[in-house]
Design a protein around this ligand. Sequence first.
Ligand code: HEM
Length: 276
Amino acid sequence: MIPDILSPEFAADPYTGYRALREEAPLFWHEATQSYLISRYTDVEHAFRDPVFTTANYDWQLEPVHGRTILQLSGREHAVRRGLVTPAFRGTELRDTFLPVIERNARELIDEFRTAGTVELAGQFSTRFPINVIVDMLGLDRTDHVRFQRWYTSIVAFLGNLAQDPDVAEAGLRTRAELAEYMLPIIARRRAEPGDDLLSTLCLAEIDGTRMSDEDVKAFVSLLLAAGGETTDKAISALFANLLAHPDQLAAVRDDRSLLPRAFAERRSGTARPFT
Ligand code: HEM
């Protein structure tokens, strides 16, 4: 029996539903969202690589809340845009400029509950950590962490609003307007007086005379909150949940911290041993 992905039962236990989809209906028509669901790893990997599958759905799913983003581009236009943004996210730039920002934000959040005795890890760490890091990487005012947290929450709710709740949709559109009002003047100032932050790098990046417009940069910032925020938030929360559910593995990680990066590396390369 294939559960409805919009049902409370599925929300309570998606894993049983995923298994049913993989094993009983690897290609499943979902009437409510008017879309086909594919659930097997090889099929999803194929869909990401085969150009017959486009990102046209992002025009109605993402663009209303972010504006037009890199995810909607394809071919040369995508390659140029990717060439403009990726240098800031890898190599020495990432290690030297952003690793200290990542470590400082982790330490600051842990300091808030270090001696508290109990902590709600998702709400007090994994949900806030990536957003604080992204705000600081962009060189924005650190007192705006809470404002970006609010925008992050409404953007992610908008993207997951498969049931099309009108209040969730309206809050997402309001966020788009607020983020534009906040970001566009800052982007104009960074173009005039660039610093060594990510926003200045994005404003100045140029390939064969092509640069991102103010609206492109603003849309990329909005995308970062979801693409960089939600993925990291959920990956860290899942890691915490698995380590707490497997005390032997938590003890192993405590004894040997190199296990974590190795686990992530294995997961990225597909050679991970399953959590037993
Ligand atoms: C656990 C962590 C992460 C996972 C699993 C993940 C996964 C993905 C996937 C599957 C895509 C392709 C989406 C599509 O084509 O529809 C993607 C794209 C992207 N991600 Fe991530 N991501 C992670 C972390 C991050 C972080 C930390 C950032 C930045 C701070 C980021 C920024 C982006 C951007 C900008 C794109 C668009 C790239 C393009 O269109 O060429 N992601 N990510």
